[in-house]
Ligand binder design. Structure first.
Ligand SMILES: Nc1nc2c(ncn2[C@@H]2O[C@H](COP(=O)(O)OP(=O)(O)OP(=O)(O)O)[C@@H](O)[C@H]2O)c(=O)[nH]1
Ligand SMILES: [Mg+2]
Length: 272
């Protein structure tokens, strides 16, 4: 089923019954578009003669300019994954590693979630499965020193840094993230080339708060949407892109390292 099929069906139903703009707005708000964007889209659809085509075009217009691929045409591309607890960072590290390996790139991983032994075990399993070199420290060691060690020793085409999940309103933990970022920049001012935030597609409007808060501590360069296979309602990513105009790099659709793709706007927006 397409990501937007449910919404389209609900909107089409309203059109056959009442054509009431407030009802359309309600469907979009319920689908996590956010009130402002929902009103804007509902107003545009009000005049529509072709609800399917027009809805698809509106979504496509918002997303298309921001759907991008990650540039890896450098000697070493350093990518740092950040995000709130459980949003899918570690799984996405594995997914990206697999994706880049399939493009013929060698990928190293830095296990900078040193807070939990289980976190290092989790990324180590992925690294072994994928044949990636892993840089790791002891449990509770300084994540910034693991990052520094990795960045000085990595010989991969790409180095992906996994970080611990943190609540965006926890200043201490956000400060530690800044420290990793600082240490990388000290080694090379261009590092990390990408700081990608994972957002859980089912988290709705809270994701905007997450992006705002993480963006205050490190320069976010893109978003990866995770858990698109679960009961995500579709609007989250549209709302984020509309508000922050940031690149969206792809989406996770399951728990395996294969369950990922860079966004294809046509496929993503197709509502029939
Ligand atoms: N269905 C589904 N599950 C996912 C997806 N991505 C991650 N998960 C699951 O979500 C849970 C959390 O994923 P992790 O990758 O450990 O998330 P994390 O952000 O690294 O978590 P912390 O390190 O604890 O902050 C795991 O059970 C994953 O298997 C996805 O795209 N779809
Ligand atoms: Mg993790």
């Amino acid at each position: 089923m397409s990501f937007f099929k449910n919404i389209k069906e609900k909107i089409a139903n309203i059109f056959t019954k009442s054509n009431n703009i407030e009802d359309i707005e309600d469907v979009l708000v319920e689908a996590d578009f956010g009130i402002e964007l929902a009103s804007k889209i509902a107003l545009q659809l009000k005049k529509s003669q072709d609800i399917n085509g027009d809805f698809e075009a509106i979504i496509s217009d918002i997303l298309s300019p921001h759907i991008q691929t990650i540039n890896t045409n450098r000697d070493t591309t350093v990518i740092m994954m950040v995000g709130v607890n459980g949003t899918g960072k570690t799984t996405t590290v594995a997914k990206l590693a697999n994706y880049f390996q399939n493009l013929g790139k060698s990928v190293d991983i830095a296990a900078c979630d040193t807070f939990r032994a289980a976190a290092v075990d989790q990324i180590e399993k992925w690294a072994n499965k994928l044949g990636c070199k892993l840089f790791r420290g002891q449990t509770n060691s300084d994540p910034a020193s693991v990052a520094y060690d990795a960045v000085t020793k990595s010989q991969g085409d790409i180095l992906i840094i996994d970080t611990a999940g943190r609540m965006h309103n926890n200043q201490n933990l956000m400060g530690e993230l800044q420290k990793i970022d600082r240490v990388l920049k000290k080694y090379n001012p261009d590092f990390p080339h990408e700081t990608i935030i994972t957002v859980d597609a089912t988290s709705g409007q809270n994701t905007k708060e997450q992006i705002k808060a993480f963006g205050e501590y490190c320069k976010l360069t893109g978003v990866i949407l995770t858990k698109m296979d679960s009961n995500a309602k579709g609007g989250t990513i549209v709302g984020i892109v509309d508000k922050y105009k940031m690149p969206i790099y792809g989406g996770g659709t399951g728990e395996s390292f294969c369950d990922f793709d860079m966004f294809d706007v046509k496929k993503f927006c197709k509502i029939m």
